[in-house]
Design a protein around this ligand. Sequence first.
Ligand code: GLN
Length: 247
Amino acid sequence: MTDSKVSGAPLKLVIAHLYPREMNIYGDHGNLLTLARRCQWRGIEVETIGHHPGALFPEHADIILGGGGQDSGQEKIQADLPRIQNTLTQLIEDGAPALVVCGTYQLFGSYFKTIGGEMIEGLGIFDLHTVGGKTRLIGNIVTRSTEFGEIVGYENHSGQTWLGTGVEPLAQVISGAGNNGSDNLEGARFKNALGTYLHGPLLPKNPRIADFLIQKALERRYGAQTLAELDDALAHTAHQHAKERPR
Ligand code: GLN
């Protein structure tokens, strides 16, 4: 495969990985590996910057990634959120692509009220809020979205998320619970930022979403780009297996 270049210099993307210590469960780190690999196979350089509480957020980030975390992990990072709020909001408003899963998805909303009644203020990037419920919503999940087709993954959360009018759902639930187990919606989308409850990890089994993030990041940094096709036979097999697993 030929390397992707602009004016002779290789294309490069910077991935900001939010709170990799506190927010990283059920294999979510695989999302980062998938993005890095799919870039590497196309000759696109990748630099990953883990954002830890207290650090300066990388303003030049091209893709923002965040994983799931227990309520306790969310409590640990809440004091840092106001520090990164402006930069992150501006990046997303400017069209920077993002993928945030479960615990970080919840904190991209306006608040998460835990089952114990604690209020965790979110970033307010997504017009949604989350309230802790008594029942955990656990199991394999299949959804369908207009842009990415069928999406498969694994969910495990007690938070129930309710979307406001300023955000679109990412997908409709085919089997599983999704945002709250009631309205058949899963995840959220605002501009090029995607929020979802799906772990698994998500991207190895749903490569269209990985390529969406890479494509949007390249476009924003370098202008229109055509992504080289990859052989996704293995990814499709993994997708099929995940889909056929019992809840
Ligand atoms: N703590 C949150 C909940 O249970 C998020 C869980 C997760 O990230 N998997 O709702």
